[in-house]
Design a protein around this ligand. Structure first.
Ligand code: ZN
Length: 148
């Protein structure tokens, strides 16, 4: 029986090989570009927000498997969610990555916010240099949301 580590590795590889929601959305769709110079990762995030709901998301860019898998999982996880739900998910994900909140305090996991496939990235927290790879698309998402 495959262990949890194998399952997680398989999920990450699957999102890397078959990235979800690849592409772009035409202007005036909110769009942000993120760079992680430490690793050379680039992520484009395009949103379509109607009322209070993220009705579509497209992701472009290139980089390491962690950055691209995280972007793919992010796009899958946020599509169809309300903006407050998306913000709660960003917070939950950053908490999993041991990133403190705005005041520098640890983020307590909210049991109501489900991570799904994103749990596969929890092992990244053991490799601090890769945390920037995993969180790049999430920070880029926040920038795009700020334009919505
Ligand atoms: Zn990277």
């Amino acid at each position: 029986m495959p262990g949890l580590e194998d399952l997680y590795r398989e999920i990450i590889l699957d999102h890397h090989r078959n990235p979800r929601n690849r592409g772009e959305l035409p202007p005036p769709a909110p769009h942000a570009v993120g760079h992680n110079p430490l690793c050379g990762d680039e992520i484009d995030v395009y949103l379509q927000v109607e009322g209070d709901v993220v009705t579509d998301v497209k992701v472009g860019g290139q980089g390491c498997s962690i950055s691209q898998s995280s972007a793919s999982m992010m796009s899958q996880a946020i599509k169809g969610k309300s903006v407050p739900e998306v913000r709660a998910l960003v917070r939950r994900f950053k908490g999993m990555m041991s990133i403190p909140d705005e005041d520098g305090n640890p983020i307590e996991p909210d049991p109501d916010v489900k991570l799904g496939d994103l749990e596969a990235l929890q092992g990244v927290v053991k490799f601090p240099v890769r945390i920037k790879c995993a969180t790049l698309s999430w920070n880029t998402l926040l920038e795009a949301l700020a334009q919505a």
